[in-house]
Design a protein around this ligand. Structure first.
Ligand code: NAP
Length: 233
């Protein structure tokens, strides 16, 4: 069964996802809003978090290296662990991400790959203790992968935490159930700045609809907005 997917982002009212570029506020600081984001992350009770390839590359700074230890390149999947309390999941179509171990922030790493990922890359991941699933097609069938994460690893609730492109692609595919935003009292307002959700030139009009679930004031001038996300009727 597909896990419940909540897209969780810290943002400004103008949709910026880079707090280092935000205006200041007398209500609070970037550190205060980041702490609120972490608090909401815990409250939402996910048993895993998921990010796109670009965001994961900023978290795991490892570079390519020869496989160590276990170096088999099993397809379509390899699970180094099935008993983790929480999982860190990355979407990496062509196998660009590298890891120095199978754990990030104490969560077990699972990489979702397209069929073009090379055997040597799979062997590197397995050797590092990382779990992975390879899609049958070059483009990742994220819906099928989410089902597998549910059936194979028992994952029930995923916090989808950016960036904009992975958020947009899962929304367009109808795979996001809820959107949860911690909105800080700050603005970026630069031309061409990144947004919290992006879906190319096409956008998401006609694909999804949001409906307000809750609006809760937080401390430091922030608010927590929750929307249910539906396929457009
Ligand atoms: N403030 C915050 O809360 C926050 C949170 C997260 C991220 N960020 C920021 O966001 C920026 C990165 O965002 P981004 O939008 O550029 O990148 P991203 O969403 O992190 O990663 C996008 C990449 O993920 C892969 N991907 C996404 N959807 C896919 C799909 N359906 N199937 C297969 N692969 C898929 C693709 O990799 P390939 O190109 O390899 O195909 C795509 O280019 C970073 O600067 C990061 O710091 C901020």
């Amino acid at each position: 069964m597909k896990p419940y997917v909540i897209c969780l982002m810290l943002t400004s009212p103008d949709g910026s996802l880079h707090p280092s570029r935000w205006t200041k506020s007398p209500d609070g600081s970037r550190a205060d809003w980041s702490a609120l984001y972490e608090q909401v992350h815990k409250q939402l009770g996910g048993d895993s978090w998921m990010v796109g390839r670009v965001t994961m590359a900023e978290i795991s700074k490892a570079t390519a290296h020869p496989p160590t230890g276990l170096s088999e390149a099993k397809r379509p999947h390899h699970f180094a662990r099935r008993d983790a309390a929480s999982y860190a999941i990355a979407l990496d179509r062509s196998g660009k991400l590298h890891f120095s171990s199978g754990e990030l922030y104490g969560d077990h790493v699972v990489v979702l790959l397209g069929s073009d990922a090379s055997d040597s890359h799979l062997a590197e991941l397995a050797g590092d203790g990382v779990s992975y699933i390879v899609s049958e097609t070059a483009e990742i069938d994220v819906g099928a992968m989410l089902d597998l994460l549910g059936t194979e690893l028992g994952i029930k609730r995923i916090l989808l935490e950016g960036g904009a492109n992975v958020n947009g692609s899962l929304m367009a595919a109808g795979l996001v159930d809820e959107m949860s935003l911690v909105v800080a009292p700050a603005l970026e307002a630069r031309d061409g700045s990144d947004r919290i959700v992006a879906y190319g030139e096409e956008g998401l009009a006609g694909k999804v609809e949001l409906s307000l679930l809750a609006c809760e004031p937080l401390s430091h001038g922030a608010v927590h907005l929750r929307y249910s996300v539906h396929k457009a009727g």
